[in-house]
Design a protein around this ligand. Structure first.
Ligand SMILES: [Fe+2]
Ligand SMILES: [Fe+2]
Length: 139
C-alpha cells in the first residue's frame, strides 16, 4: 500500500496545526502496516487512536480559527463534524471486518478523509492566516 507523505504543499505554516497533521499522517502509515501484516488487533487499537487524535486536532484547529476570527470558522467546524462522523463510521466498519480486502478499502476511505482535511479543507484558512500575519507565506 502506498504510504502518505507530508508534502511541502500540505504545510499550513502554523506549527501546532502542522505538527498535528504530521502525527495523523504517521499513524495512518502505521495502520497501513498493520493491515499489511494482518495484525487486526493492533490495527483496531491504532484506529481508535486515529479517531481520538483527529478529534483533538479538530478541537485545537477550531480554537485557533475562532481566536483569529476566521470568517469561515463555523463552516469549517461543520466540515470537521462531517469528517469525524465518517471516520467513526469507517472505524466501526473496520472493527467488524475480518476480510482484508474490505478492510483495505475501508481504510483507504479513512486515509482519504485525512487528506481531505489537510489538503482541501485547511487550505481555506491558510491564505487568511497569511493575510492576518499569523503565519509567514512560503515560496
Ligand atoms: Fe487540520
Ligand atoms: Fe481542518
Amino acid at each position: 500500500m502506498k504510504k502518505l507523505e507530508m508534502l511541502p504543499s500540505w504545510r499550513i505554516g502554523h506549527p501546532v496545526i502542522d505538527a498535528d497533521h504530521g502525527k495523523l499522517i504517521a499513524i495512518t502509515n502505521d495502520i497501513f502496516d498493520t493491515i499489511e501484516d494482518l495484525d487486526f488487533e493492533l490495527c483496531e487499537e491504532l484506529l481508535k487512536s486515529f479517531v481520538e487524535l483527529a478529534r483533538d486536532h479538530f478541537r485545537r484547529e477550531e480554537r485557533i480559527l475562532i481566536e483569529i476570527k476566521f470568517p469561515g470558522a463555523q463552516t469549517h467546524i461543520q466540515y470537521h463534524q462531517g469528517l469525524l462522523e465518517k471516520a467513526e463510521e469507517t472505524r466501526k466498519l473496520c472493527t467488524e471486518m475480518a476480510d482484508r480486502q474490505r478492510l483495505i478499502e475501508c481504510f483507504r476511505e479513512l486515509a482519504g478523509f485525512l487528506v481531505d482535511d489537510v489538503v482541501k479543507g485547511d487550505m481555506s484558512f491558510k491564505s487568511f492566516m497569511i493575510e492576518a500575519g499569523i503565519i509567514e507565506p512560503r515560496d
